[in-house]
Design a binder for this molecule. Sequence first.
Ligand SMILES: [Zn+2]
Length: 174
Amino acid sequence: MSTEEGKISQSFELKVYHKTCSFNAAHILAGQSWQEDLHGHGYTIAVMIKSKVIGADGFVVDFSVIKAALKQLCQTLNNKVLVASKSTSLQVVDLEDHIRILAPRNTFYEFPKRMCALLPINNSSAEELAKYISESIWEGLESSIKDRGIIEFGTVVSETYTQQDGSYTMRISE
Ligand SMILES: [Zn+2]
């Protein structure tokens, strides 16, 4: 059998993770009638890339490019309060210099805006963070990277304190 005969489909996978691809941040998880109090995690992130072909250079993509993009994103989230600005459970109020977060059970928080990362997500769960991080990195990649037969691109986000992982995978249409 050979790939030319169409009997075997192949794919190559690259997983990129590094000690620099991590960040510390605080967040508040909430539902309609519940919330966790503000707490922090030491998040680690791995990027997963699947391609149907491998380049003439023997790589799926240049991993250093992916690592640099991930490292840069981690720096923007490090030591921040992750605020789910599209939350349907928390009310996020922009007070110019401050962000006020009204939570269920009459709890509210207020932080200087410079300490917050306002993310367009509904909840700062590992899964939703993985979606946000995946899409942010993918949007910033050069077409020379994207055009290397990539069929899947995603991230795994780990909240190391709780050992809880969330992942998100984008399936790239050809
Ligand atoms: Zn948490």
